[in-house]
Write a protein that binds this ligand. Structure first.
Ligand code: ZN
Length: 79
């Protein structure tokens, strides 16, 4: 399994460099990889997904954020 050396920081858009060394046996799903952002110095802990367990949903709702949906619904009801 491949893990990127550099990811893009969600907060500031700068590059975040991997701090965690690759395990001798290689990366496995569920491993946590830490990154440190060069821009805002934030630490990012990324849990490795198992691509084999990631099936797109048949109804096309993959990635649907249910919490955000509830928040939006709640704010609408207040109006
Ligand atoms: Zn950053």
């Amino acid at each position: 399994m491949q893990v990127p050396d550099i990811i893009c920081c969600v907060d500031c858009g700068q590059s975040a460099h991997r701090m965690t060394e690759a395990p001798e046996a290689g990366w496995e799903a569920g491993d946590i990889v830490a990154y440190r952002c060069r821009g805002c110095n934030d630490r990012w802990d990324i849990v490795i997904d198992d691509p084999a367990e990631h099936h797109p949903r048949w109804d096309g709702l993959d990635g649907f954020d249910f919490r955000q949906f509830l928040q939006e619904r709640g704010s609408q009801q207040k109006d």
